[in-house]
Design a protein around this ligand. Sequence first.
Ligand SMILES: Cc1ncc(COP(=O)(O)O)c(C=O)c1O
Length: 379
Amino acid sequence: MNKKLELASPHMSDKGYEQKYIKEAFDTNWIAPLGKNVNMFETEMAQKLGVDKCCALSCGTAAIHMALKAAGVKEGDTVFCQSLTFAATSNPITYIGAKPVFIDSEEQTWMMSPDALERAFEKYPDNKYVIVVNLYGLPAKLNEIKAICDKHDAVLIEDAAESLGSKYFGEYTGRFGKYAILSFNGNKIITTSGGGMLLFNFEDYQERYEKVLFWATQSRENRRYYYHKETGYNYRLSNILAGIGRGQLMVLDERVAQKQQIASFYRELFKELEGIELKEPMEGCECNYWLSVAEITHPNIKPLDLIEAFEADNIDSRHIWRPLHTQPVYSECDYIDNGKVSETIFDKGICLPSDTKFNDDDLARIADVIKKLWKEKSN
Ligand SMILES: Cc1ncc(COP(=O)(O)O)c(C=O)c1O
């Protein structure tokens, strides 16, 4: 069997940065729960992205949960949420007992349609919360969406789990929502094995930051004994994992450059082939290409054909996220349609193998599989 080629797998620095910070945590016996690595990871990320404050948490899903609570979402509220995304984006809405209203995508960016968002506010004028997502590193129309939220006095939460290192007109994604979130899950562009971060983009964050810390550490009131007035969560990131994150942050730019090279490889390859095109960010934006994604318009080839051809050669690839308004778990939720754009993207799109550890031989193998399938199906 050929060597397995992963979609995207953890890639530690080759200089041992992560181990240095982990060792420091061991040497100082700061294994758990908090310590210098957590504080420094938050500070270093805030500096890198230019956000006001960061709070390191156990995963991106926890960060969304905390963002919603910090924004003031309560049981029975509606929350507008991009439909084309992973269920982790919207699940925390239901943890609170609030109701997602799913918003369709637009063709240019594949992300939330500003037009559909406007229509959602016409239907739900009292809605106060919006979650936009920059999937696969592709920035949404963040300025337009933010302007619509401002007009309706709604809080924007930006799910930047997949877009760390992407830029929207020169500024890092994660800077546009009042709250934004990152994920350091195993397959993300940088990883702590599991982890996430809540980002604050407003100067007077202190009170909300402290409240998030409070919820994320079991809502313990400040007394000598354990005393609780609110439901708490165990959501903080460990000092060991934050050490991995600090080391990984040092190679973020390198990883983005490697992912961009993989995207260039596909861009060049697809010039020779009909009916497949790499999805590119909007002009003026930079994509981290966490996963290179493409649209297949070939009359005889569907994404599944390519996924199966890869599979036969022990190469991992994936369907695009299936829109949440089509998921049985959300069948009761409302959906603001924009001509079924997200469903079309799901039908035609594919996530291509995008592992930063690929060498030239690996890329040649990928190219061979694609070219062979195209040759077979084009006759
Ligand atoms: C778009 C999106 N949102 C949220 C998450 C949740 O992050 P985590 O897996 O760290 O909980 C992920 C990744 O898993 C994601 O891809």
